[in-house]
Write a protein of this length. Structure first.
Length: 127
């Protein structure tokens, strides 16, 4: 059964989609960019600040679904500048145990919503 996951602790959708969908033990999140969930405003300071805000939003969505980063099996990272990869990876990596880290792809794109520098989505699973 499909269940819509919503939390006030992550940015509200800016289009016709939900923060996440849970179905058959899987959680699929929409891509998250650095939007402050309390103000709805973007938080585009440094790439480190942007990445931290994105990871906090993903953490809030996981928590709402009664999961955590140990349940994540796949992530997709979209960045506007591959030169930022090391900085993003350092913050991203702090949320995962290296031994059980998920599969991942990182893709440089021409542009992201609201001119964000980083967008991350994930898939999690819990039996």
């Amino acid at each position: 059964m499909k269940k819509i996951i919503k939390t006030k602790n992550a940015a509200a959708p800016i289009g016709p989609y939900n923060q996440a969908i849970s179905i058959n033990g899987f959680l699929y999140t929409s891509g998250q960019i650095a939007i402050n969930p309390k103000t709805g405003e973007t938080e585009f300071g440094s790439i480190e600040q942007e990445t931290t805000r994105v990871m906090k939003s993903l953490e809030a969505i996981l928590k709402e679904a009664q999961l955590d980063f140990s349940h994540v099996i796949k992530t997709s990272i979209f960045i506007s500048n591959m030169d930022d990869f090391g900085k993003i990876n350092k913050i991203y990596g702090a949320y995962f145990d290296e031994e059980t880290a998920p599969a991942r792809e990182t893709i440089q794109v021409a542009r992201l919503p609201k001119d964000a520098s980083v967008e991350i989505s994930l898939i999690a699973f819990k039996e």
